[in-house]
Structures are given as C-alpha cells and as structure tokens.
Write a protein that binds this ligand. Structure first.
Ligand code: 0CM
Ligand code: SF4
Length: 325
C-alpha cells in the first residue's frame, strides 16, 4: 500500500536583503542638549514647562516630552507668565527673549550653540557695516531666528542659485554671507561659488556654517548611495537636515529615496527589486526608530546589516548653567 505523506509544511523562504546602515546618523549634540534642557527644566521646576516651537523637529521626541510634562506652543503669548518657557534648538529672533524678559518670565534658550555661532557672525558683519546675505530656506524657524537677530532689511535671504545670480547688493565692497546650518553641502557650495564669482570680496564664515552633524550625515549617505536601490531616511518633513538626506541620496546614485517618520510609514511596495537598502536618520530622529525599522525589514526579509561609517563624532555641548545640578 502506498501512503501519500503530505509535504512538510514550510514557511516560504525569505528573500535576502542587504541593509547598509549609515554612520553617523540620528541625534547630534545640539539635539541631545535641547532634549536634556527640557527634561532638566521639568525636573527643576516641575510640570508643566512650556516649549516654544517643537524642541527639535520630531513628533516622537515631542510626544515623549509631552508625557513628561512639556507643553508645546508656537508663540510666547500662549504661555502663562508663571511657568518657565524653553526656546527650541533652531533659535529665535531677538524679540522673543526680549519679550520674555519684559513679561518677567523664566526662560531657557535651547538654541544649538552652532546656530548661535551664526547669529554672532551675522551681528559681527552688521557691526562692521557689511550687508548680509543669508543662504537658507524661507519660513524655516532657524532662518526666522537668524534674520531676527538684526533690524529688518539688514539680511537678505537667498534660496537658490538663481537668487544668487540675480542679487543686487547696495555696495558690493561691503558684503558678507552666512548660511543656515542644515543645508545641502553641495547646493550651498554652488550658491557660494556664484556669490564669490560675482563679488570676489564677499566676507565668508571663518569655518563653514553648515554644521558638523549635517555634513557627516550627508557624507555617510553619499558613501552608501551608489550601492543602494532604496535609501530610507527616518525624519520629519519639517526637518531640514532630514529632507536634505533624501535629496543627497538620490543625487549620489540611490535609485530611490524616501523620508519616513517611522517603520509604520514604509510602503513595502518600495522594496520590489530592492536588494540593498540604505538606512539613516536625521539629526532629530531617535535611534529606537532606526532599530524598529531594521526589525521591520528583518521580519520580511533575510536581512544582513552592515554599517557604513565615514567618521566618528565626539561633540558634546554643555547645558546652560541654570540647569546644571
Ligand atoms: O533645522 P532642522 O529642520 O534640520 O531641525 P531638526 O530639529 O530636524 O534638527 C536639529 C536641529 C537644529 C537646529
Ligand atoms: Fe546643532 Fe547641527 Fe544639530 Fe542643528 S543639526 S542642532 S545645528 S548640531
């Protein structure tokens, strides 16, 4: 008698995929400091502590701090006078701390020291009688903050190479430029080249205004992009440095690049024909979101993870003295 055995029940084989994990990625020293400022302020003064604008551009960070007792608002007049207020990492116009002082509010400025450095630079140019060009993106809080360091009209915002070609200064011999900290290194270099060709005497920053974290995260993406069929960047659409990482990936040769807030945002149709996926995170995106994304990929594919590191970072910024225990 022949017995037909049912074939052994087997799960379908998972397709192999290679994950390239960019390093450095995720939190920078300015973000780390800004988050610690909110946590310490809640410890020192109790809840609620108000925060003007998202402390950094990440919903997960904001929600975690809300659970600890932070209340996020857009303007100072939304804060009660008897509670402390913190200004976000992106910086604020001078009028904001001035108003807080006038209302006798307790405030802590979580502006990243590298953004404050640009503020000081702009002020130095202004005091030396120079007209100032700011390379940046209109409407971004850092641009609003930097322009708000000086009287209206002192700074002209240029967003594109075309803007740089068309810009007409009052006196070309007294011209300077500063930049937003989170721009594309390559796009900015193009705009600077146009300005320097048209105005050879233009005063430049001593050291680049684009910060170390932005530069390193873009370099890491460039190092993996050519091998990647898809690069996933964890970050918010509001996050300038994160959005730039998607652009950089595509320009450096990745077939596709997508910004996702978390693994939940991934459309798995993107993975058709993908053998190598690059993963990185903007400077405001927590590492646990990266871990979740890798776990989600590994649940669907036979994943092999390889780190692509371009440099190590050891930058740490001190907390404001008012918050050091
Ligand atoms: O400036 P950007 O939009 O990239 O801000 P972010 O909160 O995503 O990242 C950190 C910072 C600053 C300043
Ligand atoms: Fe500071 Fe750069 Fe981080 Fe912005 S991205 S907070 S400028 S270190």
């Amino acid at each position: 008698m022949r017995v037909n055995f049912a074939p052994e029940a087997r799960l379908p084989e998972k397709r192999p995929i290679s994950i390239l994990l960019a390093a450095p990625r995720g939190f920078c020293a300015g973000v780390d400091r800004a988050i610690q400022i909110v946590e310490q302020a809640i410890r020192k003064w109790g809840a609620p502590v108000y925060v003007r604008h998202e402390i950094v551009h990440n919903r997960h960070v904001v929600e975690r701090l809300e659970a600890l007792g932070a209340v996020f608002v857009e303007e100072l007049d939304e804060c009660p006078l008897d509670r402390p207020v913190i200004f976000s990492a992106h910086g604020v116009p001078k009028s904001v701390p001035a108003e807080a002082r006038q209302r006798e509010m307790i405030y802590v400025d979580a502006t990243c020291p590298l953004v404050s450095k640009v503020h000081v630079e702009a002020e130095r140019h202004f005091n030396a009688g120079r007209e100032i060009v700011l390379i940046g993106h209109a409407g971004h809080p850092e641009v609003i903050g930097t322009m708000g360091q000086l009287p209206a009209g002192a700074i002209t915002l240029l967003e594109t190479v075309e803007d740089a070609e068309n810009f007409q200064p009052g006196d070309p011999s007294k011209l300077s430029f500063v930049t937003q900290t989170t721009l594309s290194v390559d796009d900015t270099a193009e705009m600077v080249a146009v300005l320097q060709r048209r105005f050879p005497g233009i005063a430049a920053p001593h050291k680049e205004d684009i910060c170390y974290a932005t530069t390193n995260r873009q370099d890491a993406v460039k190092a993996m992009a050519e091998q990647a069929d898809l690069v996933l960047v964890i970050g918010s659409p509001k996050s300038s440095n994160s959005v730039r990482l998607v652009e950089v990936a595509k320009r450096a040769g990745a077939r596709d690049g997508q910004l996702v807030a978390s693994a939940d945002d991934v459309d798995w149709a993107w993975f058709v024909d993908v053998r190598t996926v690059g993963v990185t995170a903007g400077a405001s995106a927590p590492e646990d979101l990266v871990e979740d994304l890798i776990a989600a990929i590994a649940a669907r594919f036979d994943a092999n993870v390889e780190e692509v590191r371009v440099t190590k970072e050891d930058v740490v910024f001190k907390l404001p003295r008012a918050l050091v225990e």
